[in-house]
Design a protein around this ligand. Structure first.
Ligand SMILES: [Zn+2]
Length: 309
């Protein structure tokens, strides 16, 4: 397992400005119980008018976990009443840009507003991504350090770890397992060595939430999600497929889930609730398809929706 502090060796000293916008240091509101906040529910690259980029906040008691950090995540967090500096752990399902486009604002603003640290966890390549991110953050940090005369290194703030399905993660509040899914089956793996796409299962105090991340149908995913209280699943519809060029349509067919396949997954896993996030164009016929394959409650996620469990 690869684990690193980011920015070692770069002469980064940091600082902070006790003024203006940086005065907002009141702690984030305390939360009790478990809930999900669907910060952004849009899938795929590019800005959208109807949905922010994929990002989901998991709150367990007073602990926060972010799963994916799509574009616009800083503003979505603000609308949910949470500052970047109050998000210490970020899990990336895979390293397509629609899942990490918001990382710069998340991490750099977290540092600039005196956060104590942020750790990125994700598939192979996450540590490399964090090194690159740290280099970008240094540009800002160097200036702010010079302005304040203080010394606060990016290296002391940003950490990263490549997760493997074997290793997982636990912190005494949640236990996280990962499984390699089928989002990367068609690619030439020789050109992206080690690339993996992960689904995550968070277990906490007898409750469980599973995030499919982006995936096609795959053996083992239903067992992985068995009995979860909430399954947060991606979905790609016929309308989504119709909007992409022919070479990408096969990707949509094989490496994403259709409404019927999402319903089947939820049924086979026996989950208590299905939440659709990372979606595009969804109409009533699509939802009827899901419901034809899964009899439990189905939520078509919308940005900033809160789901208690
Ligand atoms: Zn995606």
């Amino acid at each position: 397992m690869k684990k690193h502090r980011i920015g070692k060796g770069l002469a980064m000293a940091a600082l902070m400005m006790a003024q203006g916008a940086w005065a907002a240091e009141s702690p984030a509101p305390t939360v009790s119980g478990n809930r999900l906040v669907l910060l952004g529910t849009g899938g795929g690259p590019g800005g959208r008018v109807d949905r922010s980029g994929i990002a989901t906040l998991l709150e367990v008691g007073g602990h926060r976990y972010l799963i994916d950090a799509g574009g616009g995540v800083s503003r979505q967090l603000a609308l949910a009443g949470v500052a970047e500096r109050d998000v210490p752990l970020v899990f990336l399902t895979h390293l397509h840009d629609d899942h990490y486009a918001g990382l710069l604002s998340l991490a750099s603003f977290g540092w600039s507003t005196r956060g104590t640290g942020m750790q990125l966890l994700g598939p192979a390549g996450t540590v490399d991504l964090a090194h690159a991110l740290g280099a970008v953050m240094e540009v800002n940090a160097r200036i702010r350090n010079a302005e304040s005369g203080q010394d606060r290194p990016v290296a002391g703030f940003l950490a990263a770890r490549d997760l493997t399905p074997e290793a997982g993660f636990a912190d005494g509040t949640v236990s996280v397992k990962a499984i390699a899914n089928s989002h990367y089956t068609l690619m030439d793996h020789a050109r992206a060595p080690g690339a993996q796409s992960l689904s995550y299962r968070f277990d906490m105090g007898g409750k469980a939430v599973v995030f499919t991340g982006d995936t096609g149908p795959m053996a083992g995913l239903a067992e992985f999600a068995r009995g979860a209280d909430v399954l947060v699943a991606e979905m790609a519809t016929a309308a989504d497929r119709a909007m992409v060029p022919p070479p990408v349509q096969r990707h949509m067919d094989v490496e994403h889930l259709s409404p019927a396949q999402v319903g089947d997954l939820a049924t086979q896993a026996g989950v208590r609730k299905l939440v659709l996030s990372h979606v595009g164009k969804v109409d009533e016929a699509d939802l009827a398809q899901v419901r034809a394959h899964y009899a439990g409650p189905v939520v078509l996620g919308r940005d900033l929706q809160s789901i208690a469990f």
